[in-house]
Design a protein around this ligand. Structure first.
Ligand code: GLY
Length: 343
């Protein structure tokens, strides 16, 4: 097992434990003073054998992203209140990103904030969502529009849980992992799963330590997400086949590489390198020919980092990617055409 420390500037440091059966540690590390543990999970999440030295209450929310809503959060808060959870008690989120975002959110607002821990059960959750303190729920108008920065007191990335993921869900995690290849963690496909997860966690911890509230460098963690989110949204609306978040990110990285190439930020070699890295993870990076810039544009403009102009995180030949603003729709159009021509 590998244990890594996250040191957010505004909160207490906490450890992330990566390895098979690391979730068993939760039994030994319930913080002092906790007499009640409120477990938030979903029916389709593997059960964890908890024998905690506290009263444990389970609440299962509906499967999938639909659980990340204000009404589900309100329901959980009412349950917590009826159970008389106190300021010293604990929320334990067991699941993927949906559950850690939701569990973290209710912990952050209940009694103005109580502690929470996460047992992360998906690859996507283990390398991204469960760490860094972003919690939240969706509104009908968009994802993660209500939330808080509230850090867990421990995170358990139990790699044994990943055995039960179906191939598509596992690959969704790999799609998110690819972004770290371009942010300083190369060779992730060549090492053990435990090691690659730990390297992603460690890199993310560096970003969070430097820029907890995403005023600057943390935005780079959204590499591939601008075009990716747009495709994901088109899938939800039924305009294209539904795709997972990680699939969307991988396709978004492909698009961002062509945009960076078109804008002269990377040369031919840099573009080819993007394809080489993506191919090492055996991801489906196809983008339907039917997708037009007009269709994706509303989502790109509404992206949280856009501030009204078309904004992307783009690679450059030297140094890490950076945030580029005021990109024209003509450039987006040309990048999409170049992408379809590339072979
Ligand atoms: N998922 C990106 C971040 O936590 O900043």
């Amino acid at each position: 097992m590998i244990s890594l420390r996250v040191e957010p500037p505004s909160a207490l440091p906490y450890d992330v434990h990566v390895g098979r059966d690391s979730s068993l540690l939760v039994n030994q590390s319930v913080p002092e003073g906790v007499s009640k543990v409120f477990v938030v999970s979903q029916e389709n999440i593997p059960r964890v054998d908890l024998s905690l030295d506290a009263d444990v209450f389970f609440s299962y929310v509906e499967n999938g992203e639909a659980a990340k809503s204000l009404s589900v959060a309100g329901n959980l808060l009412e349950q917590m209140s009826k159970l008389s959870l106190g300021r010293n008690d604990l929320v334990l989120a067991i699941g993927g990103g949906v559950v850690s975002d939701l569990g973290g959110f209710v912990a952050s607002v209940y009694l103005r904030g109580i502690r929470y821990q996460t047992i992360s059960t998906t690859l996507l959750g283990q390398i991204d969502a469960s760490i860094g303190g972003k919690t939240g729920v969706n509104l009908p108008t968009g994802k993660n529009l209500v939330g808080s920065f509230w850090h867990p007191s421990s995170v358990y990335c139990d790699t044994a849980m990943l055995d039960s993921l179906d191939e598509r869900e596992f690959k969704s995690g790999l799609g998110e992992m690819v972004k770290y290849e371009f942010l300083g963690a190369s060779g992730l496909s060549l090492t053990s799963l435990e090691d690659s997860i730990a390297r992603c966690v460690s890199l993310k911890a560096d970003f969070v330590k430097e820029d907890e509230r995403e005023g600057g460098r943390r935005a780079l963690l959204n590499y591939g997400h601008t075009f990716g989110h747009a495709l994901e949204s088109l899938g939800i609306l039924g305009a294209i086949d539904r795709i997972t978040h990680g699939e969307a990110v991988a396709k978004g990285i492909r698009f961002a590489a062509h945009l960076a190439h078109l804008l002269g930020r990377i040369d031919d070699r840099g573009l080819d390198e993007h394809y080489e890295v993506l191919s090492k993870f055996s991801l489906d990076i196809s983008i339907p020919m039917s997708v037009t810039i007009d269709e994706v544009l509303p989502f790109i403009v509404r992206d949280k980092k856009s501030r009204g102009s078309i904004t992307f995180v783009l690679a450059q030949s030297h140094g890490e990617p950076s945030v580029v603003r005021d990109i024209s729709t003509n450039d987006l159009e040309a990048a999409l055409q170049a992408l379809h021509r590339y072979s």
